[in-house]
Ligand binder design. Sequence first.
Ligand code: PA5
Length: 439
Amino acid sequence: MLKLRYMKFIHKNSRISERIFKKHIGKLSVYFKLLQEVIDRNSYDYLESSINCPFDRNTLGKVLEMANKKSSAKLKYIIVIGIGGSNLGTKAIYDALYGHFDILENRAPKMIFLDTNNPVFIEKLGKLIHSSKDKNEFLINAISKSGETTETIANLEIVAKMFSKKFPKSLDRFVITTDYQSKLWLIAQKKGISTLAIPQKVGGRFSVFSAVGLFPLAVLGVDIKQLLNGAKLMRSRCTHFDITKNPALQSAIILYEYYKKGLEITDTFVFNPELESLGKWYRQLLAESIGKEKSKRGKKVNAGILPIVSVGSTDLHSVGQLYLGGPINKTTTFVEIKKNWVDVQIPKKRRFPELAENITGKSALQIMTAIMNGTKIAYKKRNLPFCEVVLDELNPKSFGEFMQFKMIEIMLLGKLMDLNTFDQPNVENYKIETKKLLK
Ligand code: PA5
């Protein structure tokens, strides 16, 4: 068991022995030297340079300055226009801290994520804009690394039109986050729209600690310094070439070993429903990085591990039967929170005491913990391999740790599988066909 200050990674039930770990780490020694070089140079010249984002004080300064400039006491909605790596990290953190509870709380600002071109959603957003009184109730952050993604540009066009119709002269409520000097950057600059740059070699799905994630989260009021502190702490752990201290290395080897044995699915099983989007952020990170037609050397391999997300205890009543009775074809990482700050008691004087007798005198948390531990015992009995991540609490620091841990895990896994972790050539296939159809 690896005890970190905040996050714990436990792999004793992965059933991967020290011998297996040792068998694979040799393949990564050169790569760890490269990661060290990336750190030493502290530059953005490498595909792995996202590991330097948490240490980039220049970006942090610019992001905080922009957040300060664009914040307003009247701010009610932050509209994030972007898709894939451009919004999933922000959404993961927003949903965990706020979004999952949006239906229950009158709180401002709220984040609205506009990724697909869903006319019903866009039309309702238009009505919301139309019904508001002050342009400062909104901030629109369009995020696109390439600056050319169809969904994002289409949504930006529509929102810009809706907004200017209601509030003429309102470009100051827009911020564009994109690659420095992309076409979108140049157009935004020409129109006098505020811009934030994404370091050129930091890919979308590795960009949550760049202006992509930091800016909207800072406007929201998330302590982004704490987020980065968590990431910093984890970078030093996960770039350390010592299997006993490095959770990313352990986790990458576990995934790789089982992949080779035919377990081509991995489940991120969260027991706090508000972490579902965090699981979906990881789903994209793993799928786009590791799902590849060709190896790095150009050999056709059609490699990949299918990442899925399960939510406890909801999904135990949906896919639990399959998981516990069906084929052994997946690895699982249970993600849980150590300190849940609130708890709710089952009333002592019960109205339905004849039912579910064993809950008398218990709390909601005790029940959830019993279900989670019961699930783990059932997994063990079925010989289903699993790891556990225990986040200390639901705070930015824990997210920083988890996300950095997972990004480095994926870099190591890509190396073990001899893949180019940082490209996504086959996503182009649908984009080319879409562009043809829209011509
Ligand atoms: O991780 C990636 O690179 C992708 O998921 C992109 O983030 C996604 O396709 C959106 O691209 P862009 O940010 O260029 O609009």
